[in-house]
Structures are given as C-alpha cells and as structure tokens.
Design a protein around this ligand. Structure first.
Ligand code: MN
Length: 439
C-alpha cells in the first residue's frame, strides 16, 4: 500500500530525531545521498532526522522490492546514485515511498525495519557525506534578474541588463572535475587580473574571492542527442535539488570574461551539498513562476506553458552564513549574511532544462544544472559578496569587529535552505560548507 498525499503530510517516524520540529529531514523529506561510514565503501542512503537510512543494509535485509533492491545494489557497486538517476523519476519515487513506509511510525511495513533499528541506521555525524553522483557535466545558469542587473550595473553602468536577458536563459558550461562535496577546503586560486589603472595584468592569488549561493538540480532520465525535452516534460528529468556554492574570483573574472564568459575565475572549485531533495518532497512548496513585470516580453512558445507559469516555482528560503577563523576561535556563532527566496528567479528550473536541450543537446543522468546566484530585490537577499558589499564599497561588519569586502583565508561559508508553510511539514536541504584555504 502506498500512502496518499494527505497521510504523508502528517505521518510520523519512529526515528525520534526526525520528529524534532527544526529537523531538515522529517519523514516528509527523505532526500537521497551517498555516504561513507567507518572503513566501508561509499553507499547510498536516505537522510532521516540525524540518521542515514543505509539502503544497502535495508536491501540485504530483504525489505525492498526486487526492482528497488537491484537499483540499490547497482548504486552500492557504483558508490554513486547514477544507476538510480538513470532509472528515472518513477523508480526514484518508488524507492522513496518504500523508505517512507519502513520509517513511518505506524505502517505495518515498518515493524521489521524498527526491529532491526540501529542496524539499518548510521549516525549522520559519524558519516562522511560525499557527492551524490558522478557528475559528468555541469552547467551554470544566470536565472536571477536581480543578480544579473546588479552585476551588470557594476561591470557596465550604462548598460546593466543586456537585451537578450528576458528572452533567453543565459548559462555557461562549467567544469565537472572540480565539483567538491560540502566540507572540502577550497584553495584560494592564482590567476591573472588587471586593475583598471594598471598598464598590464599581474599573476597571483585572487584578492576578490567570493561565493555564489545557488540551487542545483540533478538530472535523471536524460534525453538522446538530438531530442529536445518539452517544457511540460522537463520536471520528469529532475530528480531533485541541492545547494551549490559557485566560488568565484571576481578580479580574475572581470579581466578574463570577455568575450567568451567565465573560465578560470570559476572552475577552481564548486561545492555541492550532499542531499538530493526530491521534487516529490518539494511538491507542497510549489508556487507560481516569477511574475514578469508589465512591459517584459512573454517567453517564446517553447519556454511558455500554463503549468510552468502557475506551478513552476518553488518557495525555498535560502541563507548564507560566514564565520572567520577569529570568530570560531572566540566561540562566536556564524553570522547571517543574506536570506532570500528561490521564488525570485526569473526563469524556472523547467525552463532551464528545456532551453538547455532545445538545440538537441543531451542531458545525462547525474548531470548537474545550477540556477545561478539566487538574489532577490532587496540588499539583504543578495546571494554573493560582490552584490552584498557592492563590489567591496560597503564592507560587512562581522560581530567581532572584523570587516569583509571579499573572503579572507580561514573564512567558512555556510549555505542553508528550507521550505515551510502552514499545513506542511518543514523540510530542509542540510548545509553546503566550504572553508577558504590559503593560496
Ligand atoms: Mn554562478
């Protein structure tokens, strides 16, 4: 028996920590990830409270359907979720619903799981959380019009938003090899930069290291080369969402970006959070797409659809926090730098997928598509330091008196996200962390 949406909304778990009101991972979330505990090989799991449901152990105990157990076995051999992502959204939903029944407080299926209890669960604090998938290709978009306008007005004061912006989702192909899991240190990159007044560029450590707060989408299913994905079908190719920090060296970027766009200013590291929050879990938090102001053009037909317009957005609250090494030494908690919402994005995730494939480009299971910096209309909701400190002209004051225009060595950036509304259980994304190491 598969529970209906009503019973899922209020269902409880026998895992005590999943019932705490502020947990990111109640029974209603059940995001997928890959973890390593003690000396064992990486294996697939599902976050529940402060525990991980060890899917390989669940399969070994005979608690999954044959189809789900076979997929879990493949993912375990692979040390990545790619086989599950390749199987598509229905298979992912099928496995997730089985996990929900095993973890629910009052389902008949849960008795066997509960009896085995701790044998199926791993303490998240004791596990190393890895990248969820082998990511073959990574694309970064630029879907916040607020971000595009702010950055444009700094780099091109007379022409902030380029004329194509409202017509075509802007993106670039990122580099998959330098995607790193949350918690991995990020080394300050070396590169070329040139001060406006200087006659020639210099080479050395970036002096304008920045983060970018982004939402990532893991592709499932995929499309054959030459076969575009229609807008109404786009979300069936998204397994779920995560947090992405697109670390950026602004001085390198402003010197190198013309005419072909971001390159070495971006591809030295990109941090990815460990849990893939499924679109099924995000269903209660759907909202209409960003309402285009009067005077903006409607999207072209291939990017235009009623379902996308009325339900293509997601009300995800996103937050950035910073700690410096001196703050940590003094026991001062991280400082919130910004808080905003994914509702402010000009283009929906479905539009990004459809546009990406509109020329026939093939997306593959495990590919990562990032939204671009999530910035809102207000200064408090700007998702990178370039905007938050307005190119360093309005430095942030940290609680211990330090100031920040851009990131210093020893700074740690923490991205968080969650969804909440009346009548639904709050769910969260966990964290995406990265600590700046010296050049
Ligand atoms: Mn970016």
């Amino acid at each position: 028996m598969v529970p209906g949406p009503e019973s899922i909304a209020t269902a409880r778990s026998w895992v005590a920590s999943a019932e705490q009101h502020d947990t990111d991972f109640p029974l209603q979330n059940l995001p997928f990830g890959v973890f390593r505990a003690t000396a064992r090989a990486p294996r697939p799991g599902i976050a529940i409270g402060d525990r991980i449901l060890d899917l390989a152990a669940v399969a070994e105990q005979g608690l999954l359907s044959d189809q789900a157990a076979a997929l879990v076995h493949e993912c375990t051999l692979d040390g990545a979720l790619n086989p599950l992502l390749a199987a598509g959204r229905d298979a992912i939903g099928h496995l997730r619903r089985q996990a929900a029944l095993l973890l629910a407080a009052d389902s008949s299926e849960s008795r066997a799981a509960r009896d085995r209890g701790e044998a199926l669960l791993v303490k998240m604090a004791d596990a190393e959380l890895l990248l969820p998938a082998r990511i073959a290709d990574y694309t970064d978009f630029y879907a916040s019009i607020h971000h595009a306008t702010n950055v444009g007005s700094m780099f091109r004061p007379d022409n902030p938003l380029l004329p194509n912006y409202r017509w075509v989702p802007i993106g670039y192909h990122g580099r998959a090899s330098s995607l790193v899991p949350s918690g991995a240190a990020v080394r300050r990159p070396l590169g070329q930069s040139k001060d406006d007044a200087a006659p020639a560029p210099t080479f050395g450590p970036t002096r304008r290291l920045d983060y970018e707060l982004e939402v990532g989408a893991f592709i499932c299913g995929g499309n054959p080369l030459g076969t575009p994905i229609a807008l109404d079908d786009a979300e069936s190719h998204i397994a779920g969402l995560c947090l992405v920090n697109d670390w950026s060296a602004r001085d390198i970027q402003s010197w190198e970006y013309q005419p072909l766009g971001p390159f070495l200013a971006k591809n030295f590291a990109t941090s990815v959070s460990p849990w893939v929050v499924t679109l099924d879990a995000l269903e209660p938090f759907r909202v209409q797409a960003y309402k285009r102001p009067a005077g903006d053009p409607q999207p072209l037909a291939y990017l235009h659809g009623v379902r996308n317009e009325t339900r293509g957005g997601f009300a995800i609250t996103l937050e950035v926090l910073i700690t410096s090494s001196r703050m940590r030494a003094a026991g001062i908690p991280p400082m919130q730098v910004s808080v905003g919402s994914f509702e402010s994005m000009y283009w929906t995730l479905a539009q990004l997928v459809t546009h990406h494939t509109s020329n026939g480009c093939n997306l593959q299971p495990g590919d990562l598509i990032a939204s671009g910096t999530v910035s809102g209309a207000t200064p408090e909701s700007r998702g990178c330091l370039l905007e938050r400190t307005w190119r360093g002209t309005e430095p942030l004051r940290l609680p211990n008196g330090e100031s920040r225009s851009f990131l210093e060595d020893g700074d740690e950036v923490i991205l968080r996200a969650w969804c909440e509304r009346a009548g639904a259980k709050r769910i969260g994304f966990g964290e995406c962390r990265g600590l700046v190491a010296p050049a």
